[in-house]
Write a protein that binds this ligand. Sequence first.
Ligand code: SAM
Length: 227
Amino acid sequence: MIFYVVATPIGNLDDMTYRAIRVLSNVDVILCEDTRTTKNLLNHYKIITRTMSYHANSDDGKENTIIKMIKEGKTLALVSDAGTPCISDPGVRLVKRLYEEFPHISVQAIPGANALISALSISGISVAEFTFLGFVPHKKGRASFFGKVAQSEIPVVFYESPHRIMKMLSSLTNVLEKNTHHSIIVARELTKIYEEVVRGSAIEVLSYFENHPDHVRGEFVVIVSPK
Ligand code: SAM
């Protein structure tokens, strides 16, 4: 009994592994965060496997259906809209439930693209150790989030949306104001046409985006590194 957790591209459709294509072609059903998004990828690779939705709001009933399918002998794979499932993406609750329901199940990772690891790999900073904080909290927990970032002695990585990137950079500028010993690396639109990496102090990176409002779009990974 195998359940596959399959990484898919974070932008460039060519970033699929041979193994991911083979697994997605051969399983009975692919569980997708958004079936329409995954269909684009499947069509690109002429994969005709049946899809079923499984997302952040999927309830116990959906999980029961999945468990029943596995009991019937079906092999399933989980994908998210982009990158590695369960990393700031749906799937954790399902995988936990599978271990509880099927003590002998083999949950297998089909590794591939991941935004935070891609950003770290081109950051130019030493990442022998780092902390990943997921998404910046919108309201509650924001102050303690930035406190944690400012005080960390190792690089901190997080995800931010284009709607809040400027607010995040001003918060970072404020919190790091008296501390000039940080490098900020913003990796935008990785693997896509407008991919770019912006590096500097918090104020320098903030000014860059203030001066290039057309770059305040797409997807962002932010790294804050004590020098
Ligand atoms: N599971 C995904 C992974 O493995 O990277 C992350 C999913 S999370 C819901 C989506 C966030 O990841 C985006 O808001 C952005 O912060 C980051 N992200 C995803 N694709 C990206 C890309 N191509 N370039 C930069 N950041 C990206």
